[in-house]
Design a protein around this ligand. Sequence first.
Ligand SMILES: C[S@@+](CC[C@H](N)C(=O)[O-])C[C@H]1O[C@@H](n2cnc3c(N)ncnc32)[C@H](O)[C@@H]1O
Length: 422
Amino acid sequence: MVAILGFNKDQITAAVQDMYAAVAASPVQYFHFPVGRSAASAVGYPDDWLDRLPEQTVASFAGVGYPFRAEVIRPGDTVLDVGCGAGCDALIASQLVGADGKVWALDITPDMVAKLRETLKAEGIHNVEVIEADAERIPLPDNSVDVVTSNGALNLVPDKRKAFAELFRVLKPDGRVQIADIVIARPVPLGGKSDPELWAECVVGAAIDEDCLEQFREAGFTDVEVLNEHDYFDHSPSADTKRIAGMLGARTMELRMLRPAEAHAPAYLARLARRLDPRRLSRVTDRGLWGVVAALAAVIACYGTLAVVGLLSLLGLGLALDEGLWALTIAGGAVLAMLATGVNLRRHGQGWPLALAVLGAGIIVYVMFVQYNQLAEIVGFVILLSAVGLDVYAVYRAECVPKRGERQAVSRSSEAAHQAGE
Ligand SMILES: C[S@@+](CC[C@H](N)C(=O)[O-])C[C@H]1O[C@@H](n2cnc3c(N)ncnc32)[C@H](O)[C@@H]1O
């Protein structure tokens, strides 16, 4: 259950490092995402910029957009490239800032860091320094960089709020940000985020577009502007990745924003207040979670009320409980959970969750209104909770996990096409 409910940061970091070690070492092999010069051209890098970069650097390009569209880097700036990979953007930034400027190139994958260090040595580039570190803990002092640039890395970071707060911390007042990254239009169904491979392919780790912009504002950034959006996954050689990206509405956003001159990072309570936005309830619908909410409400109405009544009576306080209303609330929650499971049927086409929900809710209604039996009541709740759990899992399987054998089959055929140079 833990595996389908969330993600494990260590597994995701390991999957990201494996994936990008391969992009560093042998970029010509097959990947589910576009890599190399054609990928850079497709997202908007002008040929004359690419011509000025070392071939091995461009070959390992794995960015998702063209952050330089923001045009925020000036001669003499100190720039931080977060998730620099083989270093295309760091090397472009090094030319933009010139000899008086400096570029910090940060990445979590040791092989990418090693590749960029070799390039810098071979090319005699002195204004770029490489840091092997996590974007969630940037080893640079406060107020130390003029510009943050990032391309395709932040969607891979498990704790985005922490990373955004780090970007804010290291930027000087009036600092500027240019970012190209993946966002999604719909939430990843529950459990989808626990697939480290899909995460490393820049799909399921991405934030929802509006959330992503809101999280930057929450971190203290202002003037958050979307400069361009495009369908990055359209260039993916994998039909499997395209299908999942299409279902989630995944695409690239190119952003520009500012770290204001006077402001400090907002206080925790201010950030929390922004998060409690009622519009976020739509996630419950998108993830197909109404069944879980209703079933839990029924359980709480039943045993929570019992606990409160018991506690009050221990304290010597009697509570007059309208048993009819109480039973109606419990049965109502159970029936709503059953109906929500029925609504999800069109999303996954599996009859089992609904059949179980009808059984569980039926037992609960029976014990509430026909003949009470405590054991039957518990059995009813166990069946209902299993039904809503299976239902959410079925939504996840249908909308996020590649169909059985599809990933392998698609990988093989796409790989063959790739090798044949198609
Ligand atoms: C999609 S690649 C893009 C690389 C590079 N920006 C480019 O345009 O070619 C993402 C990069 O982010 C790095 N990365 C992923 N998670 C990171 C993290 N938590 N901290 C720092 N770098 C990270 C990966 O190692 C990888 O090199």
